[in-house]
Each structure stands twice: as C-alpha cells, then as structure tokens.
Design a protein around this ligand. Structure first.
Ligand code: SF4
Length: 214
C-alpha cells in the first residue's frame, strides 16, 4: 500500500506531549482559506509503501513517546493511513494523535474502521475568521476527541485554552538549507519570522496542520 508523504521528523515537541515522531501526509483536498501549508496540498513527489516507511522510522519509534500524524489531509489517503496506523500500533506503545480538516461527523465511518488505532483526533477545517485560543488548535471550531484510554490519559489535559508555557513551534533546517516548522503558530508570529528569514536569504516552509497565513 503506497502513500504520498510530505515528510517525517523526530523529535517534534509542539504537537502533543513528549518527544514525538511527526508524520506529514502529502495532499489535501480541503484547502481551507488561510492555510499556510499549501506545500502539502498537491500530490507531491515522494511516494513509498507503508511497509517501507515503517521500516525507515523504526529507530525513532523506539524513542518516541508519542506520534502525531498530520498533513496535508491524512484521511484523503485513508487506506494507507489505516495500514500505517496498524503498523505503528504493532511497533510502538506511543500515543497516536491524528489531525484532520474534515468535520468530525464526516469521519464517523472511518473512525469506526480505525477503532482503537487513533488515541486522539483533532478534527474540523481551519477557519481563519475565528479566534485561536485552544491548545493544539489553529482555530476555535476545531475539536479534540479522545478516543481511547491512552488518548484520555496522554492528551486529556489538552482540552483547554492555550497557556503561555505552550510551545508554539519546532524550527528545523533540512538538507537543502530550507527552514521549516512544526506546530501551531500564533497568528502574526509566523509572518514576522518568515519576513525575518527571507530578509536573510532563507526560504521558509511550514508543516503544521493548522498553521495560518494571517
Ligand atoms: S489546514 Fe489542514 S485541512 Fe485545511 S487546507 Fe491546510 S492542510 Fe488542508
């Protein structure tokens, strides 16, 4: 089973508790106005089998306290997502948090198929007209669903407003010298950082499911 992948990274410390393995799917059909992860909308160039991906991330899985799957839209590649989730569950005890831009009600049947494989889900499309005051979310319409006992234990305390101590972004340089980010940027912060980096000749890419342009 092949999937289109944007990137993987370890450790990510901004999208859930602990040192996490981040997996970003490539491709999103939802296309929320204001999304700054437009680089993850198209089909992309990196396709690989779920088995190959699991093989490549196995060393990180031994260390990861949690796994966050985002994109792009993971549920647009549902068969591959399901296969990946089954493999992750087999290989790791880490909690699994999945982001989706689909409304929770639309995911009902798929969540039943993935029963027990997703510990926590953040659903619903980013809405740039709404405020951003809740932990792990880019706009306040997005809902956190705790789907398993692991999810309730590990992510139960994230159903709360953002706190000053919440980290907003992990900042990374890739092998091409590009800077990219994981996390939920506060509005305004990102533009200031992008302008600063561009002034110094860097190209900024953002991989944060609910990252915003404004
Ligand atoms: S916020 Fe997420 S669901 Fe919305 S367009 Fe961006 S990647 Fe797609």
């Amino acid at each position: 089973m092949e999937l289109s992948l944007s990137r993987v990274h370890f450790p990510v410390t901004t999208l859930g508790p602990g040192r996490r393995l981040g997996i970003w799917f490539q491709g999103c059909s939802i296309r929320c106005p204001g999304c700054i992860s437009a680089d993850t909308w198209g089909a992309g160039h990196l396709r690989l089998s779920t088995e190959k991906l699991l093989e490549q991330i196995t060393p990180w899985l031994r260390e990861a306290e949690g796994i966050t799957i985002s994109g792009g839209e993971p549920f647009d590649q549902f068969d591959a997502l399901l296969r990946l989730l089954q493999g992750l569950r087999r290989l790791s005890q880490a909690d699994i948090l999945v982001y989706s831009g689909y409304p929770l009600e639309k995911l009902d049947a798929k969540l039943r198929q993935a029963n027990g494989l997703i510990d926590a889900l953040i659903s619903d499309p980013y809405d740039e007209t709404l405020s951003q005051s809740m932990a792990l979310r880019g706009s306040d319409n997005q809902r956190l669903s705790l789907l398993t006992p692991i999810g309730r234990t590990r992510l139960g305390n994230y159903d709360r407003p953002l706190e000053p101590a919440d980290k907003a972004l992990d900042l990374m340089f890739d092998e091409t010298g590009s800077v990219w980010m994981a996390g939920i940027p506060r509005r305004g912060d990102l533009l200031r950082l992008r302008d600063l980096l561009q002034d110094q000749g860097h190209h900024l890419q953002i991989s944060a499911h609910a990252a915003r342009r404004r």
